[in-house]
Design a protein around this ligand. Structure first.
Ligand SMILES: [Zn+2]
Length: 218
């Protein structure tokens, strides 16, 4: 922790409520936050279209887009409700080498919200790929996930919805539903593969690198 960051943290603590805003946050909480270890509550169906839940869904979308992520769960913005949002755009997939995108089974997923999702495994074969999490910032590790799953639940309009996902989208939904159960990928990762995603930058800059934390897209 640098002097500047220490000073900024000190200023933050001087402001009311330690500078913290009330959830749903506009930032992503980090590993260590008790919210990430809490089993989230089921959303009463009749409340989905209500102001409180709609506000959480709107904030989830804002943060998902601003962080440039493919998935985001309500606990990650400080709310222990069983809601997640996902999307994988053609632009996001194009930023990955084509052979890698193919190997990982990536495909375009339109913006989708699931409320009270229930997972059913369609293909019990597990696939191992490197996975990261916005709540475990600047780290990644190998994680085994089922190849195909079906997710059933409700959409943001409170209508029932069900969808089968295969490959990378199946990984996204398993990761997000784990969040709703208070689990992180670090619980099931191959521990020897855990790595700092900018470890080579650290060497190239002789240690003078600021590990990115703020959203890259802002
Ligand atoms: Zn995550």
């Amino acid at each position: 922790m640098g002097v500047l960051r220490k000073t900024l943290n000190w200023y933050a603590r001087l402001s009311p409520k330690h500078g913290a805003s009330a959830p749903p946050f506009s930032h992503v909480v980090q590993i260590g936050d008790p919210t990430l270890r809490t089993v989230s509550h089921t959303v009463p169906i009749e409340k989905i279209k209500g102001e409180v839940v709609q506000n959480v869904i709107k904030k989830l979308q804002d943060v998902l887009f601003r962080y440039g992520s493919v998935g985001m769960s309500a606990p990650q913005i400080g709310i222990n409700l069983r809601i997640f949002a996902m999307r994988h755009t053609a632009e996001q997939i194009a930023s990955v080498q084509p052979e890698v995108a193919k190997m990982k089974g990536m495909s375009v997923v339109p913006y989708t919200v699931f409320v009270n999702p229930v997972l059913k495994v369609i293909d019990y074969q597990k696939v191992i790929h490197t996975e990261g999490c916005e709540s475990v910032r600047s780290f990644a590790a190998d994680v085994a996930r089922y190849r195909a799953v079906e997710v059933s639940g409700w959409n943001a309009e409170g209508e029932p919805q069900s969808q089968v996902y295969t490959g990378w989208p199946a990984r996204i939904v398993q990761h997000e539903i784990d969040h709703l159960d208070g689990k992180l990928y670090t619980d099931i990762m191959d521990r020897k593969t855990l790595h700092c995603t900018c470890w080579d930058e650290v060497n190239l800059s002789k240690g003078k690198v600021a590990i990115p934390f703020a959203p890259e897209s802002v």
